[in-house]
Design a protein around this ligand. Structure first.
Ligand SMILES: [Zn+2]
Length: 286
């Protein structure tokens, strides 16, 4: 664990993770009485926060929400998360729902049987790291709360997950970005039944471009500048991938599995295959 004091009132705590990415950032923002914790790390992360008045979760993935229940119990602080992620988390944690959905998707994609079984197993192991919980309050777009660094505004940024939110600190001009904007990689935007996740993601770009952001505080990696450049890079990456998929389909009809193996070189591990497939399915949904 390392800590970086970005300001007297804001600390970045980096918690090591097993596998990739190698670490996740959580942020301590001084509130009105005690600290506000933004994201929590994996359930296995050894992290003891100071006294907390609030826990805000940018999105429901285990590396961001994993310790939410335990830290709520330890500190008594309420947990806020967007209702769309609460709904998805409840679905995923319902017995067998996620495995059945995955099997249906992979049947349609014509994933070979042994890979499909390996993906279901590996996704099940990953899902065990997700805490089953109900937040104490919703985190709707436009919600504001106070901090020692001035008001904090919630910006709903669906795409990486349906209820993903960024937090905008207007006075210093800092954006706590979760996994919506990362400096070196493109955030994973995967298929979610009933949603056009890529359209969700694209719909947030205009709003973010208007922000006079001086510093981006991401969920993974060091703080960085240049929000618009990062958004443009991500948008171009998604456009290029969409174009490549159209090209492949124009050459000959292909299953989603064939598109995955044509587009991605490293998909022999079930976890990597799973992410690649849901990314391709998000494009096919468009
Ligand atoms: Zn993450």
């Amino acid at each position: 664990m390392t800590t970086e004091i970005l300001h007297d009132h804001l600390v970045r705590v980096t918690l090591p993770m097993r596998g990739a990415p190698p670490s996740v950032n959580v942020y301590l923002l001084r509130g009105q009485r005690q600290w506000i914790l933004i994201d929590t790390g994996m359930p296995y992360c050894a992290f003891t926060p100071p006294d907390l008045e609030l826990i805000v979760i940018t999105h429901m993935h285990a590396d961001h929400s994993g310790l939410a229940v335990e830290l709520r119990r330890q500190t008594g602080a309420p947990v806020w998360m967007h209702r769309d992620d609460t709904a998805l988390l409840h679905d995923l944690k319902s017995d067998g729902v996620h495995a059945a959905l995955l099997r249906r998707q992979m049947e349609k994609a014509r994933t070979p049987g042994d890979m499909a079984e390996a993906v279901v197993k590996s996704a099940g192991r990953l899902l065990e790291l997700f805490p089953a919980f109900t937040p104490d309050d919703d985190l709707p777009n436009g919600k504001r709360f106070d901090s020692a660094l001035g008001p904090v505004e919630v910006i709903h940024t669906p795409g990486h997950s349906p209820g993903h939110c960024c937090l905008w600190l207007e006075q210093p001009g800092w954006l706590i970005a979760g996994d919506h904007v990362l400096e070196k990689t493109t955030p994973h935007v995967g298929f979610i039944p009933g949603r056009d996740a890529l359209a969700d993601y694209a719909s947030t770009l205009g709003r973010l471009r208007e922000l006079p952001a001086k510093l981006i505080l991401p969920g993974h990696g060091a703080p960085f500048t240049g929000l618009n450049e990062a958004l443009e890079r991500i948008e171009n990456h998604q456009k290029a991938r969409a174009a490549r998929i159209r090209e492949l389909l124009a050459e000959s009809p292909r299953t989603a599995h064939e598109i995955v193996t044509s587009l991605f070189t490293r998909v022999s591990r079930p976890g990597d295959y799973h992410f690649a497939l849901t990314a391709v399915l998000a494009h096919l949904e468009r």
